[in-house]
Ligand binder design. Structure first.
Ligand code: HEC
Ligand code: HEC
Length: 410
């Protein structure tokens, strides 16, 4: 049966696409469309519309930061592909990594460049506590939610009464729920069909001619992507990411040897995270996500590895790579082509890449493909700031956060 389908597909391919062999076509058809994100049982409120609405308010609220000026949206700006256009992120201070796009993050098993979070909701808690990002303690976040009226009412309508400040255990739970509401919002930040998906649809129907937004150059780029350039080895599946960690040797930003331990530190932090999928805050502490986390082991081989980014949202959020080292898609393709300046870390290096020796035409074809896989961004009504003219004095009036305290560590 399978064999006859394969033969049929092969004959069909020959009949309709003299330029594209059946193997190439079969590989390409695995890359789209992108389905809805998988459910997340560790977050009971994952698909709760009221929680998502609260999440939108929390996401845009700068007073949930030490200086009252940094919100999630400061670094994840909707107009910049939910990133910030900078090489390195800047909140209360300047970080050491490039801000990732939030588009389609709900599809990822491991969050951030080093995968130190195993759910969207546990990830959303990290920036609040990071001294370089928002710089508040858990208790301070909850006190500010209480002080900022629309947040308080919305929180309580989803989760019930906020705990008293002295109720340490209740505060820990409430903090986790802040993350769960933000995650419900982030799940909506998914892209719709890309020109590539529309082209695949036509291919399925037996037509592989260029279409609007996905021209002959992008089609040649697609063939390179799954063929000679073998990008699909890591940028695989409909997300165009294997969700795993690799060291590809992009030269570090300052030109020196890389010092970021990447996945090696990520695993350490993941295992210690009090809000990980196996923790008591998880709504599914014995489920698949919890088991994946329990199975992670610190492994020196993973030194300096970073998660393969999804290419579904890449084109909208330059610069590229974990330090924003490369300014354009052209630069990225040139890097893979020549591997010029690639750092070799001897025993640590996966040594998975070889220079591709592409022609100029092939390089620009690959770039055309990378542009063609960018999906339609979500509608403005999904993500816009619900309260653009919030009164700035509100927090001071309640006295919350007015005292200059030492910034807590992450
Ligand atoms: C100072 C800038 C900054 C702020 C503020 C910030 N982020 Fe980020 N965000 C980053 C950076 C940088 C990364 C990559 C982190 C890393 O790998 O270490 C990131 C990564 C992420 C990711 C992972 C995406 C993926 O594909 O794995 C999510 C989700 C996210 N942030 C959500 C949020 C939320 C929610 C908030 C607010 C609570 C927030 N961020 C606040 C800079 C910021
Ligand atoms: C061995 C696995 C692997 C292969 C093969 C591979 N990539 Fe990547 N790709 C990665 C990883 C890992 C990163 C992030 C590296 C970093 O930040 O240090 C990345 C980053 C990128 C980025 C930047 C995305 C962003 O949002 O910053 C683009 C674009 C990209 N790759 C395209 C390609 C293309 C085109 C090819 C084929 C020529 C290719 N990749 C081959 C693993 C791979």
């Amino acid at each position: 049966m399978i064999r006859s389908i394969a033969i049929y597909a092969f004959v069909l391919a020959l009949a309709t696409a003299p330029d594209m062999d059946a193997v190439t076509k079969e590989r390409l058809l695995k890359l789209g469309p992108l389905p809805a994100p998988p459910t997340d049982p560790t977050n009971r409120w994952s698909d709760d519309p009221k929680a998502a609405e609260l999440g939108r308010w929390l996401f845009h609220e700068p007073r949930l930061s030490r200086n009252g000026e940094v919100s999630c949206a400061t670094c994840h700006q909707p107009e910049l592909g939910f990133a910030d256009g900078r090489s390195l992120a800047k909140g209360l201070g300047t970080g050491s990594r490039h801000t990732q796009s939030l588009l389609n993050a709900a599809h990822q098993r491991w969050l951030t460049w080093d995968g130190r979070a195993d759910s969207l909701w546990s990830q959303a808690l990290h920036p609040f506590e990071s001294p370089l990002e928002m710089g508040l303690s858990r208790g301070e976040v909850i006190e500010r939610v209480r002080a900022i009226e629309p947040l308080r009412t919305r929180y309580e309508s989803v989760f019930g009464a906020l705990p008293a400040a002295e109720d340490t255990k209740g505060v820990q739970i409430a903090f986790g729920r802040v993350g769960k509401a933000i995650a419900a919002f982030e799940r909506r930040l998914v892209t719709g069909p890309a020109p590539f998906d529309r082209w695949l649809e036509a291919v399925r129907a037996g037509r592989d001619a260029p279409i609007d937004g996905f021209g002959a150059d992008a089609i040649r780029g697609a063939q390179l992507f799954v063929g000679k350039a073998d990008c699909v080895r890591c940028h695989t599946g409909s997300l165009l990411s294997d969700g795993e960690f690799h060291l590809i040797g992009v030269p570090s930003k300052d030109g020196g040897l890389p010092t970021d331990r990447g996945r090696l530190d990520g695993v350490d932090r993941l295992r210690k995270d009090p809000y990980n999928a196996a923790s008591p805050h998880s709504d599914d502490p014995n489920g698949a996500r919890a088991r994946w986390t329990a199975a992670t082991q610190p492994d020196p081989e993973t030194w300096g590895r970073f998660r393969t980014p999804s290419l579904r949202s890449a084109a909208a959020s330059p610069p590229f790579m974990h330090q924003g080292q490369l300014a354009s898609l052209e630069d990225v393709v040139r890097f893979y082509d020549t591997l010029e300046g690639a750092t070799s870390l001897d025993h640590h290096s996966e040594r998975v890449l070889e220079p591709l020796a592409l022609s100029e035409q092939e390089r620009s074809d690959l770039v055309a493909f990378l542009k063609g896989v960018h999906g339609t961004p979500p509608d403005r009504t999904v993500w816009n700031d619900p309260w653009p003219d919030r009164p700035p004095e509100l927090v001071q009036k309640t006295g919350v956060g007015a005292s200059p305290q030492a910034i807590p560590g992450p």
